[in-house]
Every structure is written in C-alpha cells, then in structure tokens.
Write a protein that binds this ligand. Sequence first.
Ligand SMILES: C[S@@+](CC[C@H](N)C(=O)[O-])C[C@H]1O[C@@H](n2cnc3c(N)ncnc32)[C@H](O)[C@@H]1O
Length: 385
Amino acid sequence: MLGAAEAEHAARVRAHLVAAIAAAGGWLSFERYMELALYAPGLGYYSAGARKLGPGGDFTTAPEISALFGACIAKQCVEVLAMLPRASILEIGAGSGRLAVDILRRLRSANCLPERYLILEVSADLRARQHACLCDSVPDLLDRVEWLDAPPAERFDGVVLANEVLDALPVRRFRWHSTGVEELGVALDGERMHWSATAASAETTRECRRLYAAASSAWDEGYSSEYCPRLGAWTREVTRSLDRGAVLWFDYGLPRAQYYLPERHDGTLICHFRHRTELDPFRHAGLQDITAWVDFTSLAEASREAGFDLAGFTTQTYFLAGLGIEQEMQAMAAGNADAAVRLSQQARRLMMPGEMGEGFKAMAWLRGLELELAGFRLRDLRHTL
Ligand SMILES: C[S@@+](CC[C@H](N)C(=O)[O-])C[C@H]1O[C@@H](n2cnc3c(N)ncnc32)[C@H](O)[C@@H]1O
C-alpha cells in the first residue's frame, strides 16, 4: 500500500510519462522512459524525494552493509594517492554518504587524506543526506568535501570511483528475430502503460548484430535483452578531467559474452521497491529504482578509447580479499568478540557467491600511472572481457 503522499507523487509521475508517450506519437523508447522515470526533474526516482537506500528505502548497497567495503576501497586509493603529490577523490553517486565517510576515515588513519573529496550527485535529497552523514561522522573533514552539479571542469590527479551508479544509466531494450530486430518501448492502453515493439533503427540493429556476434551461441527467435547506448559517452564525460590516477568502478555485471548468453533470454532489467524485486518497470514509476547489469566489455571499449589502461577486473570477493579484508576486520573489531562476529557476518554478505561476491565486479583503469593494484592481484579476469 502506498501512503497518501506517495500515491500523489506516483500519480504526478504517471501523468508526466503518459504525456511524454502521447507527445512521442503513442510510442516511447524504453531508454527514454527509464530516463524520465529515474531523472525527470522533480519527479524521477533519483530527482525527487524517495528514501532509496537502507531500511525504509528500496535497496541496500555494499557500503550500507559494512564499513569494511569502504575501508578496502580506501586501501586501494592509498596506493594511487601515495604516488601523486596533490590528489583528489571524485565519488560519483554517493548514496547516503556512508562510503565517503568510511573512505575518509580509513585514509585519515593511513595518513593519506586527499586534498579534496568531490561528490558528483544528481539527487538533491541524497546530497542533503550525504552532508548530514559527513557532518555527523567526520565533521573535521567536511571542509575537504565539495558537491558538484557536473563533472569537474579543471583537471586533477587522483581517483574517480563509483559504486552501483552505472546500472542506473538508461538502457535500450531490443527483441531479436532472424528477419530483423525490434526495439521495445512503452505504449498506452487507455492510461495503462505496456510494452510495445517497433522496427529498430539501423543504428540499434547494427549494435544488436554486434552483441549477437559476441554471444557464445545463437539466440532463439524473440530473444530480448538490453544495452546501454550512453555508457561510453557518460563514463568518458565523468572521467575526462582526470589527468593522472585511477578510475574504480564497482557494479553488478558481466563481460559481454556472458551477458548475452542465449539462456539469459529476457535480459537483466530489474526494479527495486521496498526491498522487493519487481519485474514490471511501469509499476510504481518514480517510486522504484530501475536498473540493468553492466556490460563490462562495453565499459572496457569506451575506457580504452578515452586513453585509459585496464589495470584490473575481478569479482568483489577477490577485490576485497586482495586488499586484506581479514586484517581490516581484525583491526575494526579491536579484540571485541561481538564486533568480530558482526563484522564476519557482514563480510560474508559482501563476499559469498550467492550474495554480492560473484555478481558484483570491480574494474580499475589507470591514466598517466603505472602500478600493480592490490585489489586485482588474486584473480585476474581481464581475459574474459
Ligand atoms: C544505487 S545508489 C548507490 C549509492 C552509493 N554509491 C552506494 O553504493 O551506497 C546510486 C547513486 O547514484 C546517484 N546517481 C544516479 N544516477 C546518477 C548520475 N547520472 N550521475 C550522478 N549520480 C547519479 C544516485 O542519486 C545515488 O546516489
């Protein structure tokens, strides 16, 4: 059941989407629908006031589960920051601010604080939540933190990082037939939104044929999936001003050959509403998160084109193990048996294959630096891309 304010918000979002579909002649691409449902000013899931993360929200992320995640990322940052005399960190999509707090705390204890901790965030309410979280937890470091509306204009050295942001970039849905490709979008039946197909453009058809060629075996008739046309442009844009340093991406996803396996015949699109998984992206529009897995091969192609060198690709489990999550646990527990049990339960959630361990990946890129990164030394999956 929706509360009165939620129901009223949902009605406004729906009216906006219905008007957009009508204005587009009765058919709107799913990519545009997802963009509006997540980012329409004052209405979209990320632009308006839904709680999103944590209890009372819709989903939980690794930093919300445990400070161990941020501590390990901070250790990875130390290796990069130590080589750069005046370095900054740019975090994209900082959620509740938890990850920023955990990274800054661990960097302070390593005596390796960045000059500035920049946060690029689209959501006004999450910005306010991040500010409050940093103010409560690391008030003495707040003067280093700066919120940005757009990627930094001036060049900087350091680290760019993001956890679970790429999966929110709008995707284009398609359906494969040997006779031609269809693009999936949304149409109206009265006020009801539903899936509707139209012949794909030449550009979409070309891209789908490329994905088909990368799949390990042939797709069946009617195979549906998605790809993210703006992944390359968006990642290039947010990393453009990094002169020397590393880019660290954390997200659920796969190399292309595994993403487009014939048995994954309906893609990876999924929604999150109050900690439940929803399959219908047209329900709860504006109130639920809509995401799709990341095609890490596509990310690799774009990052190489942007002049980065691939420094590592591995699972979250091996990333955390490579950075010594065991030692971090012992240090955080500080001999307290209850804390040790709690931390080891958290580590299991981050690392077990059935939880976040296998599905979530870590990927690192370097520009202007040569460096072996500890998070990627235990299991190298670069050859799978
Ligand atoms: C799923 S949450 C992850 C939050 C946090 N990184 C964590 O791991 O807890 C996605 C975050 O990215 C932000 N976001 C979504 N799209 C974005 C975009 N295009 N640019 C910048 N931030 C974005 C959201 O507002 C939110 O803070």
